[in-house]
Structure formats: structure tokens, C-alpha cells
Design a binder for this molecule. Sequence first.
Ligand code: DGP
Length: 114
Amino acid sequence: MKDCLFCKIAGGEIKANCVYENDSVVAFRDINPQAPTHVLVIPRQHVATLNDLTAETGALVSEMFLAAKHIAAQDGIAQSGYRTVMNCNRDAGQSVFHIHLHVLGGRSMDWPPG
Ligand code: DGP
């Protein structure tokens, strides 16, 4: 999508600290990290919110989680633990409308989240 920040990152038009990519997804470090590891995994294909997933695009979510698993191993947090979060719309605090999986780790975290 023309005016989407994460489409521009996926396309290389805007630079990001990329840690993993394949044909389906791109993963890069969050610009405002909330933990020692804070990576965003996005699909190359534009999907605005979780509400917009369809039977056709649903497999992208599986790709995103497989990438999260790979990144956790790469950053050495697979065994200590990590959290994956996808915010959807206003109440969850979604600020970029191209689905992204937050991968957070490297410190212990509270539950429930704020
Ligand atoms: P959310 O609130 O769930 O929509 O998360 C959006 C995240 O995107 C937020 O943690 C900050 C991050 N972010 C926003 N703009 C950029 C950017 O230009 N580069 C990178 N690397 N991260 C960004």
C-alpha cells in the first residue's frame, strides 16, 4: 500500500534494522524498544488489522509466528522466554495499520499487561 510505513520498510524504501526475512515476512527491531529484544514481524503483504485477515491471508500469521520462533533463538531468548503480541485497533493501542507481531524478551514481564 502506497502510504503504509511498514509496506515501505518491507520494500526497502524506509530503512530498518532488519534481523530476519523470507519470501513472506520481514522482521526488524522496534524503533522504541520496550525490552532488550523488541522485534516487529510483518507480512510483506499489506493487511491493516487482525480484523482484516481472511482465509486467504490467514496463513501469513503462521509465517509470522515461525519467524518469531527463529528470532527468539537467534537472540538467545528462546529458553528464558519471550512474549508475542499483536495489537488490534484503538483499545489495544495499535498505531501502525499493517499487522505486526511484537516479539519481546530479555527481561521478565508482568501479567496482565497495562
Ligand atoms: P503498535 O502500537 O502495536 O501499532 O506498534 C507499532 C510499533 O511500531 C511501535 O512499537 C513503534 C514501531 N515503529 C513505528 N514506526 C517505526 C519505524 O519507522 N521504524 C521501526 N523500526 N519501528 C517503528
